[in-house]
Design a binder for this molecule. Structure first.
Ligand SMILES: C[S@@+](CC[C@H](N)C(=O)[O-])C[C@H]1O[C@@H](n2cnc3c(N)ncnc32)[C@H](O)[C@@H]1O
Length: 333
């Protein structure tokens, strides 16, 4: 998708416009750890935040690559866990059709209740559940995905293990997450200090870049990772996705001195019109192995899903032929 700067510029009409986003009152300081523990006002802001993120041009670009990477097919049984308001589950349901199914699971009753009210009659179903202890049998799904959840959990490895457990041999696990420490900027100052301050408080700050190695450790095969860099030309546009430019969010997280210095430089960049900010999200895919067989590609018959993984990984022979990042190119039998 081609993105012009005109939308972003339209947001530059004031310095206080970029103060949205969910503020939490819970002890973790992270609204997404347990949405239901927060006040009704915070929960309303969380829903609003998720909607704004879903509508953002850069997130739509990430999701479009993620959708192609997962390559859902008609008749498949899929899981989207940490589904939030369920819009991706509903998109997947359109792809799998009436012969397939999509289970949308989230820890938050509030998120699931909003997702249910938005149900469009497709094959998605919604349930409350914990990504670290899923209420599904082994080998249940053809593919499982989770987006922007790993950065909020205590034990990210357990998440990958659970996703692998509930996915059938030969099935795909797709995990999408942010690497906040990849953030870079131009036109304003002190971002490195801001990043260091936040990274010191958050053990999952770089979650996105760790997903592939977690998949390898868990034993997923054919692992691959696609970085997508999101870019923003106004702090208002960036603040839809990133707390860095949300003064309410940052006030408690930075020293008063750094807070004032950082936002003064951001405001000057707005006045000059030269603000630029970017960070990377990672879309990682792995395949659940067959017991006693090291490679899914030793199977006599390749399913379409198997082929999608092969195609994604082989930029020369792969039918999709539009993404680099070949980690391991198997020989077709
Ligand atoms: C940043 S939101 C992302 C939501 C959705 N994946 C999206 O892309 O819009 C994180 C979601 O993960 C959910 N979550 C956090 N911890 C979870 C857990 N242990 N099990 C299931 N969901 C969890 C939150 O309730 C929240 O809906």
């Amino acid at each position: 998708m081609y993105v012009t700067d005109s939308t972003a510029k339209a947001d530059q009409d004031g310095h206080s416009d970029y103060e949205n986003g969910p503020m939490t009152t819970n002890s973790s300081g992270n609204a997404f750890v347990r949405i239901d523990d927060d006040s009704a006002d915070v929960q309303r802001r969380v829903v609003n935040y998720l909607d704004r993120v879903a509508a953002h041009h850069e997130m739509q670009r990430v999701r479009s690559v993620a959708f192609e990477t997962l390559a859902p097919a008609e008749g498949e049984h899929l899981l989207d866990v940490g589904c939030g308001l369920g819009e991706i589950a509903r998109q997947l349901a359109v792809r799998v059709g009436g012969g397939g199914s999509v289970a949308a699971v989230d820890l938050s009753e509030q998120a699931i209740s909003v997702a249910q009210t938005r149900h469009d009659g497709g094959s998605a179903t919604y349930a409350v559940g914990d990504i670290t202890a899923l209420d599904f049998p082994d080998n249940h799904f053809d593919a499982a995905r989770c987006e922007r959840v790993l950065q909020h959990v205590q034990d990210p490895d357990r998440v990958i293990k659970e996703l692998a457990r509930v996915t059938r041999p030969g099935g795909r696990v797709c995990v999408i997450d942010t690497d906040w420490s990849s953030s870079v900027g131009d036109g304003f100052d002190h971002l490195d200090e801001v990043i260091s301050s936040l990274a010191a408080r958050d053990h999952n700050f770089a979650a996105g870049r760790t997903v592939r190695s977690r998949m390898v450790t868990t034993g997923l095969q054919r692992t691959t990772a696609f970085p997508v860099t999101l870019r923003f030309t106004s702090p208002a546009d960036a603040a839809v996705l990133s707390g860095f430019f949300n003064r309410n969010f940052m006030r408690d997280r930075l020293s008063a001195e750094l807070f004032n210095r950082f936002f003064a430089s951001v405001d000057r960049s707005v006045d000059r019109g030269d603000f630029l900010f970017a960070f990377t999200m990672w879309i990682c895919l792995g395949q659940v192995g067959f017991p006693d067989q090291p490679s899914a590609f030793t199977q006599a018959t390749l399913t379409r899903a198997d082929f999608n993984i092969y195609a994604l990984q082989d930029p020369v022979h792969g039918g999709l032929n539009r993404l680099s990042g070949t980690d391991e190119v198997p020989s077709l039998p």
